[in-house]
Design a protein around this ligand. Sequence first.
Ligand SMILES: [Fe+2]
Length: 142
Amino acid sequence: MLQWDKSFETNIESVDSQHQYLIELINDLNKEVIAQMEYDNYDRIMEILTELKNYTISHFKQEEQLMKDIMSKLSDEGLAQFWLYFKNHRAEHVAFINKIEQIFNKDIDDNQAEISLDLINFLVDWLKNHILKIDLQLCKYV
Ligand SMILES: [Fe+2]
């Protein structure tokens, strides 16, 4: 289970509440993956995964828009620096979406339980690392 704590806070309200919802979705997924040992809840798992994918796509879009807004207000010097951050940040988003798409495209049908546990580990690691290392830097600029 992934617990929200203060170390995740960017102090950008919309970003923080979206991150909290993402954590909630991952925890829901975790519960369902455990429950599937007792009964078949494949549909519910797919429902959460679909929501997770769609929500993540829209969350990333909003974060990227926020960064574009920041860039529009920066001086040339600040912009050169921020641009690198923006590029790296966006590349992480793209890589994440690719990974999720890949899971949807082939992995799930093959080995549902194993994939789901691997997937949860991946999601938890990714979210922690991304929020703590990349998203948190946003608050320096807002
Ligand atoms: Fe991000």
